[in-house]
Design a protein around this ligand. Structure first.
Ligand code: TXA
Ligand code: MG
Length: 347
């Protein structure tokens, strides 16, 4: 395995590996991706193997030019209205942390989309990623570069530690800017009524780096495909929801109103959204001096908090801590994406 910092030369070599059917882990603005040539079924199959990912879970296809869109998607079945939505989203939010589910082009092998007739397409806002994609075949299938169900990688070191011996190259571009995966949106609601039901609208399948509000400004109201966690609903106990993006350590979510119920425990760690909640918690404790405490954003900036989220979990998920308490983010915007990851991580 080669582990190289991003440079013109390493990107060229990585693109060569992709064209030859190999696997390259690379940075994007959201998280690190594990890439294979999207047109090469054999190469894509390796992704599933390395990640131990079930074959029913489709991959995101990454492009680096709008002209490539017609090579990975098939617009012929889209209504005029849906094309218009696609145009607005692509024009305003690409490149960026938004994956748009579209009817797939036949050139994309079924294994990449888990047999679905649709493919989630993303145009990342990261120079090295785009350069790599452009120098390869122009379309790179890439899930997050982690074992299926575990924490997403926001640094090249995370990939090296978990998948290092299973990939051909890791491109190190430093910590990722956004730190949470892209928002996945399905706009194909008018072409397959059996899947969506009559009259249902555009759906956000996964909240992520592009806030719902930014999407709604462009194309009107959209539905939440997965339940959005309400940060005012109180403590979320382990065992309620399906595990995903999960650390090995037990995670318990809480909101600000609950801080009195969160007692100091010797072998626990505490992740606060902002500095003022941490201060309130500390002053409510009798002897919290030696507590392991992390704050996602001292001043409560949601972008900063998002970028530290997975990284903080990676750091604390070290086998020494028995339980991690994590504060839910305020509702709305990227806060919904953070809360989605917290809830899924509470196993
Ligand atoms: O930010 C990201 O999206 C990162 C970077 C590497 O681009 N990628 C990523 O991929 O998070 P992954 O495989 O970890 O998550 C892809 C999500 C999954 O929830 C999958 O079910 C959904 O996208 N997805 C992919 N194709 C789909 C399709 N055709 N229909 C519905 N959902 C789809
Ligand atoms: Mg993932």
């Amino acid at each position: 395995m080669k582990y190289l910092p991003v440079s013109a030369d390493s990107i060229r070599r990585a693109a060569q590996i992709l064209r030859e059917g190999g696997l390259v882990a690379f940075p994007t603005e959201t998280v690190y991706g594990l890439g294979a040539d999207a047109f090469n079924a054999g190469a894509v199959a390796k992704i599933f193997e390395v990640k131990n990912r079930p074959h029913f879970d489709p991959l995101i296809i990454h492009i680096a030019a709008l002209e490539t869109l017609e090579k990975v998607a098939d617009f012929s079945v889209l209504s005029k209205e849906t094309r218009q939505k696609l145009f607005f989203l692509a024009e305003n939010l690409w490149p960026g942390p938004l994956s748009i589910v579209l009817p797939k082009n036949k050139k994309i092998p079924g294994i990449a989309t888990a047999g679905l007739e649709t493919a989630a397409i993303r145009f990342p806002d990261h120079e090295a990623a785009r350069e790599l994609i452009s120098l390869s075949t122009g379309a790179v299938a890439a899930p997050s570069a982690n074992q299926f169900g575990s924490l997403s990688p926001t640094r090249a070191e995370h990939v090296r530690d978990k998948l290092g011996n299973k990939v051909d190259m890791i491109l190190d571009g430093g910590p990722t800017r956004i730190g949470l995966e892209s928002t996945v949106i399905d706009i194909t609601t008018d072409i397959d009524k059996s899947r969506h039901g009559e009259g249902s609208g555009v759906k956000i399948l996964r909240p992520g780096g592009t806030p719902k509000e930014a999407i709604e400004k462009l194309i009107g109201a959209v539905e939440d495909g997965s339940p959005v966690m309400d940060a005012s609903k109180g403590l979320v106990s382990p065992g309620q929801l399906k595990s995903h993006y999960a650390p090995n350590t037990l995670l318990v979510a809480f909101n600000m109103e609950d801080i009195e119920k969160i007692a100091y425990e010797k072998e626990s760690a505490y992740i606060f959204f902002d500095g003022s909640t941490r201060d309130a918690w500390i002053s409510a404790q009798k002897s919290p001096k030696s507590a392991v405490i992390r704050v996602l954003s001292e001043t409560g900036q949601v972008l900063e908090a998002a970028s530290h989220f997975f990284e903080t979990l990676h750091e604390l998920d070290n086998g020494k801590i028995l339980r991690i308490f994590v504060q839910l983010a305020p509702q709305g915007g990227l806060g919904n994406a953070i809360n989605d990851r917290i809830i899924h991580a509470c196993t």
